[in-house]
Design a protein around this ligand. Structure first.
Ligand code: NAD
Length: 333
């Protein structure tokens, strides 16, 4: 069966997902939700989308009556995700929502609750959860190849350009680098270590307070402690380009991904040798797998459901609290 998807938010990432969907075997783009009529026309022509599957932000609740759409993929600025996802759920459609799923854990939990109530699935756009080299490391870890896991390092950053873009606007982004790119290290720490952290400490520096206003973080280092004794040490920044590295070490050996989360190809090796899994367009793989999760109840090796997203948002909240107070913050995930 085909998962019939409508994309909400026809921006740069929405366009990437639309292109990737062309190569999917189990998912296809059938509709759009946009506030810009000219973009809708363009996408209709490019992807052969019928007029009846085109909506705007005022009328998209009517998608409820559209039998030709199974799921809506929300790809708008972060602060809009919560309300939009809840409206999609109330319209009875499955929700795929981009990361960060919301701007804090309270909102994220509201999304989970709304989807549960509406009896629809909620999945977060964590494309790395389907990436073959990443999954090989998870498989090797589960098989004991690294021994008892004791350390993870996650470095996530890029130098943000346009000072006018929504990513630097607290109202729309909910924060700065942490929400946008640091979340890869947060999420990565959990799937690489294979556990949830129990405490957080964090430190912030801001070299450009004009570009990065109050509530918009530029660079934060943070540490996560795990119940089994493992530690993670991570960096989130909007000030450095080409910063994208995961490193996992256990009693027996290591795995490194460099780059770890870019659009690929991902490169990696372990103490046992190179990782040779072939590159597949992340979003193509993601959408085919999400189709299987939604339509066939498939259980992925690394989960991508709303509850997973809530955990990441709880860690984001705790990191901001640790930065503010300078204290260790306990986590209950
Ligand atoms: P973008 O600015 O290119 O696109 C955002 C879209 O939302 C635009 O088409 C814009 O018109 C629309 N929009 C609707 N309402 C808006 C409003 N009130 N204000 C501003 N824009 C509005 O951004 P993007 O890079 O496509 O990011 C969108 C989402 O996708 C973000 O949540 C981001 O974190 C996520 N994203 C995920 C990945 C990934 O690899 N998973 C990569 C990039 C972006």
């Amino acid at each position: 069966p085909m998962l019939r998807v409508a994309i909400m938010g026809l921006g740069s990432y929405g366009s990437r997902v639309a292109e990737a969907l062309l190569s999917c075997r189990a998912a296809k783009l059938v509709g759009v939700i946009s506030g810009t009529p000219s973009k809708v026309k363009e996408w209709q022509a490019k992807y052969n989308i019928p007029e009846k599957n085109c909506y705007n932000y005022e009328n998209f609740d009517r998608i409820k009556d559209n039998q030709d759409i199974d799921a809506v993929y929300v790809i708008t600025p972060n602060a809009l995700h919560k309300d939009q996802s809840i409206r999609v759920a109330k319209a009875g459609k499955h929700v795929i929502c981009e990361k960060p799923m919301a701007v804090n854990a309270v909102e994220a939990q509201q999304m989970v609750d709304a989807c549960k109530k509406a009896n629809v699935k909620l999945l977060i756009g964590y494309r790395m959860h389907f990436e073959p080299k990443t999954l090989e490391i998870v498989r090797m870890r589960n098989a004991g190849d690294f021994g008892k896991i004791l350390f993870f390092q996650g470095l996530s950053g890029f130098k943000i350009g346009d000072p006018g873009e929504w990513r630097l606007n607290k109202q729309l982004a909910g924060g700065g680098a942490m929400m946008d790119i640091g979340i890869y290290s947060i999420n990565g720490a959990r799937y690489m270590v294979g556990e949830d952290p129990v405490w957080v400490t964090a430190q912030e520096v801001k070299t450009d307070p004009i570009k990065f206003k109050e509530g918009v973080d530029e660079t934060i280092t943070f540490q996560l402690g795990f119940a089994n004794g493992a530690l993670a040490s991570c960096l989130s920044t909007y000030a450095m380009n080409n910063l994208d590295r995961f490193f996992l070490n256990g009693e027996k050996g290591f795995a490194e991904l460099l780059p770890a989360t870019g659009y690929g190809p991902i490169k990696g090796h372990t103490h046992l040798g190179e990782l040779t899994q072939p590159h597949v367009t992340h979003q193509t793989l993601q959408m085919d797998e999400m189709s299987a999760i939604i339509l066939k109840g498939k259980k992925p090796l690394v989960p991508v459901d709303g509850e997973e997203g809530v955990k990441d948002m709880k860690i984001v909240d705790a990191i901001f609290e640790a930065v503010k107070t300078g204290k260790k913050v306990d986590l209950k995930l």
